[in-house]
Design a protein around this ligand. Sequence first.
Ligand SMILES: [Zn+2]
Length: 456
Amino acid sequence: MTAMPASTARARSDHLVDIREVVDALDPQTAGAEMHAIIRELYPICRSITGEGLRRSLRVLQRVAPLTLHEVATGTAVFDWTVPREWNLTAARLSGPDGEVILDADRMNLHVLNYSAPFRGKVRLDELEKHLFSLPEQPSYIPYRTSYYKEDWGFCLSHDQRARLRPGEYEVLIDTSLTDGSLTYGELVLPGALTDEVLVSAHCCHPSLANDNLSGMVLAATLARLLGGVARRYTYRFLFVPGTIGSIAWLALNEEKARRIAHGLVVAGVGDAGRLTYKRSRRGDAEIDRAAIQVLAQSGQDYDVRDFTPYGYDERQYCSPGFDLAVGSLTRTPHGEYPEYHTSGDNLDLVRPDRLVDSLRRYLEVFEVLESNLTYVNLFPRGEPQLGKRGLYGSVGGGSHTAATQIAMLWVLNLSDGSHSLLDIAERSKMPFADLRRAAQALEAARLLRAKDRSG
Ligand SMILES: [Zn+2]
């Protein structure tokens, strides 16, 4: 279904670097500014679960990574759901009794109820009220509201502004269309030595919301670009899908491919100032769960781990019982737990370049763990092998880094009996995975260690 983009195919034969080099080379300022610039470009576009806004947004992401756009026709049955009619917005304006424009989706697209049916006419305030949405508890924010599966029209506005509406006749112009068309999603596959896949999935259906939606889209696209130049054991599949219906459609149309997904992460809400939060897969103790928790535990920062729940983002679909894929979700503050969530407060200021880069780094580190979580066999298991005569024991020593590397070597040698992976060793030793990995590479080069069933 997905043709391999030429640039990806080329990248395989070019010099491929180790994922650790990519992590170490991350320049927080440049990477943060680049990601934030794309978020700013995407912010004003009126996205939804279908339509031109979604397509335009995916085309912007194509400048970051060579994803392919796919279309699924209106009416296509996808498990228990049906791909809806395509929604497009031309204009949405509310004018007051004196003819003044009160709300204009051109200025802020949250003002139009997302998926609003077309409507044009004059209505009295008491009738209009039935079609207005505001937040009495957060009176300065415009709420984000949708009506995908029930035909309705409406406007969203701040409660402060709503309170100022005077009685009289209002002119409603909602120039939208709901027609047979298609649902669009983006996909990029980076082949690795293994056909087993790592899934990265981001939802991309929200209009002007920066953290919930745009941060995940841009982080996923940036990851795809960076991993394109990395030597890969796993195959990586990136999906940019409208929430719920998009992931359900992909699963329904790609059941065979879905079976190859060995590990996965749903990306969302990765730019706010809050701590990183990992939500476990439905399985709870899958390798992806352990890898993510290991990275967070070694990050030196406060973090949180949550058990799986059947609500949230598209992990709900990937972890539905008929698939039960090992897919967790790595976010910062979880959805619904910050006051700006699903309001106009989730704007460009809420997303911080430095937090985007911190999140990007942790994603790369999780993939580093997956990529190099091999099980080794100590070839000199009786007594410790003599490291000094092989140049592996602190001849240049003294530094704490050297000491850590040596302790890491002792852990790897001791536990590499063919039944402990590097991640097992990291959990037991509480040492950073990267140190253990470096130690294992040095020991393997000195022929003290052999990888069991190395693939790739
Ligand atoms: Zn959302």
